[in-house]
Write a protein that binds this ligand. Structure first.
Ligand code: CP
Length: 316
């Protein structure tokens, strides 16, 4: 297997099947550190730099928490407006990264431009982790979701997935690429204007992903082992920042309610949402036996511990 030491984590399209299982296994090995709420010293001589050009709660702080759990150091920015990349100078990715690579040993980047972390990786001599790039991909989130499924269900192959939301979203792209490496049929449910793009569908067919599309969650929920939901009411990921404005409610086609789960879902199905949510999963679903999004949030720290340990060469 290829080593992860020094590698960028830009896209799940780059991942081989055995590499998924290796990352899951490393996460399983490191999980007791997070569970016992202690900090170890695995990365005590390493520093992570965060370069977040878009808002984030989970991705940035889970990476930071992961670094602290492994005894490492953290620096960086969470608001590009307070840097020369976000002020009058509009400093380029190249010029910014050529500085950041001297401030630490790995860079985690979120950007509103698709491909920005890839551009950073071209210039950086240290690993770049993609924390979400425009409509592109969100690889660390989907690795977190796979870890959640693997720990909850004991396997990944042979499970039926239902993905609900805006199929232009970066999480959906990473999910589809990841599932090409597993025996996992998936049904996508999205509003017509947010459905899978024709060129992306062609690409998925070439990878032999077993996928179908449906109009309403009611048509697909009964056979799902894993239900992954994202908002259809959401901001434009190509903008650096958007304040809350007027927005509509989620139509029933794309909503997972307590009644729907009770009446139609498998009793042992699990419900994932990377969050933040709007009204597509009402709060009264939170304490049902299907919900796993809080577990997913915990696993977000564990998975980032694994990725940081791997790309920094502390685990092989
Ligand atoms: N799931 C996720 O990416 O959340 P943040 O936008 O808060 O990082």
């Amino acid at each position: 297997m290829r080593s992860f030491a020094g590698r960028d984590i830009l896209s799940l399209k780059d991942f081989e099947r055995n590499e998924f299982f290796h990352v899951l296994d490393v996460a399983r090995q490191l999980e007791p550190i997070a569970r016992s709420r202690r900090n170890s010293d695995l990365l005590k001589e390493k520093t992570m730099v965060t370069a977040f050009y878009q808002p984030s709660t989970r991705t940035r702080l889970a990476h930071e928490a992961a670094m602290h759990r492994l005894g490492g150091h953290v620096t960086g920015f969470s608001d590009a407006k307070m840097t020369r990349a976000g002020d009058w100078y509009q400093e380029s990715i190249k010029d910014t990264v050529k500085m950041l690579e001297f401030y630490g040993d790995v860079i985690v980047m979120r950007h509103f431009q698709q491909g920005a972390p890839h551009e950073a990786a071209k210039w950086a001599s240290i690993p770049i982790i993609n924390g979400g790039d425009g409509w592109g991909e969100h690889p660390t989130q989907i690795l977190t979701d796979l870890f959640t499924v693997w720990t909850e269900k004991g396997r990944i192959d042979g499970l039926n997935w239902l993905a609900v939301g805006d199929m232009r979203m970066r999480t959906m792209h990473s999910l589809a690429y990841a599932l090409t490496q597993f025996d996992c049929p998936i049904t996508f449910v999205a509003p017509p204007e947010m459905s899978l793009l024709p060129e992306f569908k062609e690409e998925l067919k070439q990878y032999n992903l077993n996928f179908t599309e449906a109009e309403h969650v009611e048509q697909a929920i009964a056979k799902a082992d894993v239900i992954l939901v994202e908002p259809v009411v959401q901001p434009d990921y190509t903008k650096s920042r958007q304040e809350a404005g007027e927005h509509g409610l989620t139509p029933a086609n794309y909503k997972i309610t307590r009644e729907l789960l009770a009446n139609k879902a498998k009793s042992d199905a699990i419900l994932l949402h990377s969050l933040p949510r709007m009204d597509e999963i009402p709060p009264d679903v939170d304490i049902t036996r299907w919900s796993r999004y809080w577990q997913e949030a915990y696993n977000g720290v564990v998975m980032r511990m694994a990725l940081l340990a791997l790309v920094l060469g502390a685990m092989e």
